[in-house]
Design a protein. Structure first.
Length: 396
């Protein structure tokens, strides 16, 4: 685990049992060195070295996204394509006027943030995306709003005032039947996040945020992917296609009696499936095993991991599954499945326990009690299936 270990700061099992999806939690001074996640220098480097197009990189004020031409200039390449080059002076001017800077999915651009996101994914068993927010004035970038996913906020530098108004609809969704009622006029809580503070906020909670403390602010928001009953039923409908009644045409031209018989057959299959106590676990395992959020190439290695003890390897997912089978073990990750001999289990367990960090091939071989060459053969299969990446050195 990372020295930051966001899960431990939020409360581990107690958090899952009493806080998750239920109420907010503010943890003051949770992280001693928040700049281990990202710094202003890191942000400047990202902006200077990546062509980030709106809306992934954007400026926002009063709930509206500023037109890109107000802080960029068009550049035409030799291949006659046009991209928007960031204009630092104009960027500074817009930020001084009160715009907030946003970079979506900064975890894909900065390895320390990616590791923290993967730790949360492993703990919460769902996808996590980290967005970056920077503000300089009391002007609100987004107004009073709610998100359709839970968030874990870490304040990196400066201070930011959060006004929390609570939810007005239970677990609202992006695709929903109704909009939440407007929030109350007065907040139920008002917090000023300082560097190292953490805040957990369930989805649907109205809130507003402003750098109103007279100093600039930099924070990360880890958005937690939802896993709802609607999603479970959608997956179940596909899973039940193995039964004839799910594949048959609806008897729209049949008599009422024939339609009733069909509906009873359909009801029996669905009810039987919903009575399975392992159903939610199977669905969660399917989501974990098909997660593709952190794929990374292993260049220069294309098909095989070199049998060199100090080669370092890392799982590209924090949500891999390993279970014994009749003849060995089954490993599921990155929408692939491998059946391996039981001797591979210690190696796979070590890879999983190390995630999101890397581990050497020599250590994997020693753990499993096999040769480095045999260990390389095992992990080469995983590399071809996108489950691991070869790293020449650890990311900081």
């Amino acid at each position: 685990m990372s020295p930051l270990n966001l899960a431990a700061h939020l409360g581990q099992d107690e958090f899952l049992a009493q806080v998750l999806h239920r109420r907010y939690r503010h943890v003051p001074a949770a992280i001693q060195d928040p700049d281990k996640l990202i710094t202003w220098d890191d942000l400047n480097t990202i902006l200077a070295t990546h062509r980030l197009e709106p809306p992934r990189f954007r400026l926002s004020a009063d709930g509206e996204m500023l037109p890109a031409y107000r802080y960029t200039a068009p550049v035409t390449t030799r291949r006659h394509t046009v991209w928007q080059r960031l204009h630092p002076a104009e960027l500074h001017a817009r930020l001084a006027e009160g715009a907030s800077l946003v970079i979506d999915a900064v975890d894909e651009l900065h390895p320390p943030v990616a590791r923290a996101a993967m730790e949360l994914e492993r703990w919460l068993r769902t996808g996590v995306q980290a967005n970056l927010y920077a503000s300089w004035t009391a002007r609100e970038g987004f107004g009073v709003h709610w998100d359709d996913h839970d968030v874990v906020v870490t304040q990196i530098d400066g201070a930011k005032r959060w006004k929390l108004y609570g939810p007005t609809r239970t677990a609202p969704m992006y695709k929903d039947t109704d909009e939440p009622e407007p929030p109350p006029e007065k907040p139920v809580a008002e917090l000023v996040l300082q560097p190292g503070d953490m805040l957990y906020l369930p989805r649907g909670w109205w809130h507003s945020v402003a750098a109103s403390e007279g100093e600039h602010s930099l924070h990360l928001t880890f958005g937690v992917q939802t896993t709802t009953g609607a999603q479970l039923l959608s997956w179940l409908a596909d899973d039940l296609r193995r039964h004839d009644v799910l594949r048959e045409d609806l008897p729209v031209h049949a008599t009422g009696a024939a339609q009733a018989i069909y509906l009873e057959r359909l009801r029996n299959e669905v009810t039987t499936a919903l009575e399975d106590p392992e159903l939610i676990g199977r669905y969660a395992a399917m989501r974990d095993g098909t997660d593709l959020t952190r794929l990374r190439p292993s260049l220069p290695h294309l098909a095989n991991v070199p049998a060199v003890p100090n080669v370092r390897l890392r799982l590209t997912t924090a949500r891999a599954h390993l279970e014994p089978s009749q003849d060995g073990v089954v490993f599921r990750a990155c929408d692939n499945e491998w059946e391996m001999a039981k001797e591979a289990m210690p190696l796979l367990q070590r890879l999983m326990s190390a995630a999101p960090a890397a581990v050497s091939l020599g250590e994997l071989a020693e753990t499993a009690g096999i040769s480095v060459a045999d260990a390389a053969s095992v992990v080469s299969e995983l590399m071809v299936g996108q489950a691991i990446t070869v790293e020449r050195k650890d990311d900081r």
